[in-house]
Design a protein. Structure first.
Length: 395
């Protein structure tokens, strides 16, 4: 049996599952940050710093008391670790064993990452870290000429050792990775048994659906090599065992955990504006977000400047359960100025006082989060909105 879900119900289920709007919870602010990472399953790491980096931004949106030191503290306490989800990410240490199938596949050569393996260099690096302790890429001398977009041989070797599980990231210094032997980083209490194929696939399914509300087989297997066929088969079995429910949304098939449907009885915060990171868990799968929210989003930092419509790093803006605008912005730290380079409203969205006031409140909080004290508005689309919103900014 397939239950029909309206698009608004599906959107509500997704937003509540993603915990985009913070709810009161017990514990310290650090506890809330850890709970967020454990619920979402991962937080993507990104290097772009036009505003606070994506991992900080994503966590701040779900924990208003988030501090930039939280991730380093959780890594030091061995409660989260760095590895690969669909991209580089922080993951809960409790889920460590589910990183092992990929590590094993890379170690055995069944799956490749980015770099060819220089096993002689890799062995030399392992021996040196074993003898000297944790090291960074810059601690290794290199004489080989490297192309502009290339990596040094030692860096490639370190990353291969990291990806196949022999090294872990013990900390970061000025955002540079510090590598150490896995056995010196992992807590003794962590389960290091390799899950069976069935265990692994079931983990992918339940973890995804818990964090995202509803999902399709292709979404659950997103950028996870050699898993799509297995996910599809396991979804069918879990449905036959009543562990999952089938849902029809806009005549497309989705799956959900039965307990997730209880979220439909809760209210969603439709009055708060959210300025989201392009790498936020909610919208990292662009096709999914277009199907469910009608929001056609592309991060234009990878697009030639002349072809950009919205700007280098346009952030999606969520209000009333919908994506209503995009804001290309940059935090200029030297002058503590938050530049709104381009604020573009989505077609058909009509602003009102409720939106303006909610947006201004969130913008002020976001400005402070980015260590800025003033806001400068440069351009809006439509252009006449600049006068309207400029007035709101100065009142």
């Amino acid at each position: 049996m397939i239950e029909k879900l309206s698009i608004s119900e599906a959107q509500k289920l997704v937003l509540l599952s993603q915990k985009v709007f913070p709810v009161k919870a017990k514990g310290t602010s650090l506890d809330k940050t850890l709970a967020t990472i454990e619920h979402l399953g991962y937080i993507q790491i990104d290097t772009i710093s036009a505003v606070q980096r994506a991992h900080h931004h994503t966590l701040w949106n779900r924990n208003p008391q988030y501090q930039l030191s939280h991730i380093d503290e959780l890594v030091e306490q061995k409660k989260v670790f760095e590895y690969w989800s669909h991209a580089a990410a922080y993951l809960p240490i409790k889920d460590y064993r589910y990183s092992l199938p990929r590590k094993k596949a890379i170690y055995c050569g069944d799956e490749k990452h980015w770099y060819e393996k220089d096993k002689k260099l890799m062995n030399a690096i392992l021996k040196r870290i074993d003898n000297e302790g944790a090291l960074m890429a810059k601690d290794f001398v290199h004489n080989e000429k490297v192309a502009e977009w290339g990596s040094k041989p030692a860096k490639r070797a370190l990353e291969n050792l990291f990806m196949q599980g022999e090294l872990m990231i013990s900390s970061r210094k000025n955002f540079h990775k510090v590598y150490d032997l896995t056995e010196r980083v992992l807590p003794n209490s962590i389960d290091t048994s390799v899950p069976t194929q069935k265990e692994y696939i079931r983990f992918l399914i339940t973890n995804y659906l818990k964090a995202n509300g509803i999902g399709q087989d292709s979404e659950i297997a997103y950028l996870l090599k050699n898993t799509k066929r297995l996910v599809t088969a396991e979804l069918k079995e879990m449905c036959s065992n009543n562990e999952l429910v089938k849902l029809s949304v806009n005549e497309q098939l989705y799956y959900a955990l039965p307990e997730s449907l209880q979220l439909l009885n809760k209210r969603i915060n439709r009055t708060q504006v959210k300025v989201l990171s392009p790498f936020d868990n909610l919208l990292i799968q662009r096709k999914r977000i277009k199907n469910l929210f009608g929001f056609d989003y592309q991060l234009e930092c990878y697009v030639p400047e002349a072809k950009r419509k919205y700007g280098y790093f346009a952030l999606p803006i969520l209000w009333n359960g919908k994506f209503v605008a995009r804001m290309d912005c940059k935090a200029e730290r030297k002058t503590a100025t938050f530049h709104i380079l381009h604020l573009a409203l989505e077609d058909g969205f009509k602003v009102n006082d409720a939106f303006n006031n909610a947006f201004l409140r969130e913008l002020n909080s976001f400005m402070v989060f980015n260590n800025c004290t003033t806001i400068q508005l440069h351009k809006t689309t439509p252009s006449h909105f600049k006068k309207v919103f400029q007035k709101t900014l100065t009142e």
